[in-house]
Design a protein around this ligand. Structure first.
Ligand SMILES: *[C@@H]1O[C@H](CO)[C@@H](O)[C@H](O)[C@H]1NC(C)=O
Ligand SMILES: *[C@@H]1O[C@H](CO)[C@@H](O)[C@H](O)[C@H]1NC(C)=O
Ligand SMILES: *[C@@H]1O[C@H](CO)[C@@H](O)[C@H](O)[C@H]1NC(C)=O
Ligand SMILES: *[C@@H]1O[C@H](CO)[C@@H](O)[C@H](O)[C@H]1NC(C)=O
Ligand SMILES: *[C@@H]1O[C@H](CO)[C@@H](O)[C@H](O)[C@H]1NC(C)=O
Ligand SMILES: *[C@@H]1O[C@H](CO)[C@@H](O)[C@H](O)[C@H]1NC(C)=O
Ligand SMILES: [Ca+2]
Length: 391
């Protein structure tokens, strides 16, 4: 570059800068990483740089869309530096809603601090959700959710996901693997935002195994007049003629550990479709029901029996799944109704029928997990199909 070209460049920079002074709003916010007082001569060049490089979209090293920002600016906004825009000046910042965040926006996505990387720290990560006016419920969708497994008592003592609200019923504390699960939180009715909801994830060190602690939770606000509102008392709500309901942390067998959680008391509800009168529940796989150890059954009977499926009073002493007035055969007057199911199978053929409305699956577990752990009980993975009314 010869001298005259250099002079032209400098002239352009300075004239650009004086023009830019007129458009203060666009420029001054970006010019925060070079001290104008000590380096007045660099002023114009820095403005030109930041104008072109800051707030420009960029591709992060995880192939997501980021924003070019000064590193300090990125960290101040809870973002993560994921690649460079201009080496040493701006980073490609992945803006995330994570620990310490507060939101009143619909559709906010809450992720772990290092997302999309895993977190292995001891930490308390807490966010606050302030509802918009005329919102009665929140719906949380776990796009990704991996925390440490529950302990031998079925409790979330290593990691725990907790929901704090001042209205509604007590919500279960969750841990383990829950991708694809959802739940509803009552936030009260009315226009006054007096009931912020706090979500917190408490984590303890590395979780070991091949698990990576990571979460991505979508938070939707459900308006009070919406048909999407879950009926009161329903932690989960399924709005389709057929679908799948799994217990929290359902997954592959862990020897001598129960995967499902203890102290559960919640209901999964199915919206009754028009002209449907009954519901069929069946196990998604032949052995995808293992919940509660029936009274007086020894290990020896387990070894002898192909399936240990129990109902009614046999399920009173431990954990059970409640389906009102359910039988093993539809429209068979000789088949007795039962309300509680437990053991290592769901009735005789892994299925039950109910014509009792509303369609609900009640999930109950007590605080004694010893026998459940001994039987390596995994929980349930059940498929439901609504049945048309018989004329
Ligand atoms: C910029 O430099 C001047 C003089 O060196 C100093 O007084 C001032 O505090 C600095 N400003 C910032 C924001 O660092
Ligand atoms: C990002 O995308 C490029 C192609 O667009 C691909 O080669 C690369 O493997 C991707 N990186 C990650 C981390 O997914
Ligand atoms: C946690 O992750 C970092 C990298 O993300 C790694 O350097 C460190 O060794 C990990 N710590 C544990 C205890 O696994
Ligand atoms: C939030 O977004 C969902 C999905 O887009 C929508 O159904 C719902 O009505 C929205 N809630 C509010 C309060 O606008
Ligand atoms: C369980 O066993 C005890 C003693 O062996 C007996 O008294 C009790 O009636 C049994 N309960 C049931 C439901 O069979
Ligand atoms: C289980 O089977 C063995 C022989 O195969 C028999 O001796 C035992 O009595 C059976 N136990 C029960 C509880 O049925
Ligand atoms: Ca139990």
């Amino acid at each position: 570059m010869n001298l005259s070209m250099l002079l032209v460049v400098i002239f352009l920079v300075i004239s650009y800068d004086s023009r830019a002074e007129g458009q203060k709003s666009a420029i001054t916010v970006t010019n925060n990483f070079i001290n104008r007082t000590s380096f007045p001569w660099i002023h114009g060049i820095s403005n030109l740089f930041t104008f072109y490089q800051a707030y420009r979209p960029c591709q992060t090293e995880f192939n997501t869309t980021g924003t070019c920002l000064a590193k300090s600016d990125c960290l101040a906004r809870n973002g993560m530096a994921a690649g460079a825009c201009v080496a040493g000046v701006t980073v490609c910042c992945d803006l995330k809603f994570t620990c310490g965040g507060r939101t009143d926006k619909n559709g906010t996505i809450f992720v772990n601090q290092k997302y999309p990387l895993a977190d292995n720290m001891t930490n308390t990560c807490q966010i606050t959700i302030e509802k918009q006016p005329n919102v009665c419920q929140l719906r949380l969708d776990f796009d990704e959710f991996t925390l440490a497994q529950p302990d031998e008592n079925g409790q979330c003592t290593t990691d725990s996901f907790m929901i704090r609200t001042s209205v509604g019923e007590r919500l279960p504390i969750l841990c383990g693997e829950n991708p694809g699960q959802h739940l509803y939180i009552d936030v009260g009715s009315g226009f006054i935002n007096s009931n912020p909801v706090v979500l917190s994830v408490v984590t303890n060190g590395a979780i070991g195994g091949d698990l990576e602690r990571r979460w991505r939770i979508k938070i939707n606000m459900v308006p009070c007049d919406s048909l999407n509102m879950a009926p009161s008392g329903c932690l989960q709500y399924f709005r389709s003629p057929s679908g799948t309901v799994q217990s929290f942390n359902y997954g592959r067998l862990i020897p001598n550990r129960a995967r499902y959680l203890s102290n559960l008391r919640y209901t999964a509800c199915i919206r009754t479709e028009e002209n449907f009168c009954g519901i069929k529940w069946r196990t998604e796989q032949p052995n995808s029901f293992s919940w509660g150890w029936p009274v007086n059954q020894s290990d020896q009977t387990r070894k002898n029996a192909t399936v240990l499926a129990f109902a009614g009073g046999h399920c009173n002493s431990d954990d059970y799944i409640g389906i009102d007035q359910a039988t093993y055969e539809d429209n068979n007057p000789l088949a007795l109704d039962e309300d509680r199911f437990c053991g290592l199978g769901l009735m005789h053929h892994g299925q039950v029928f109910s014509r009792s409305k509303p369609f609900q699956l009640k999930v109950r577990s007590n605080n004694d997990h010893r026998l459940n752990g001994k039987q390596s009980q995994q929980g349930f993975d059940l498929h439901f199909t609504q049945l048309p009314c018989v004329l």
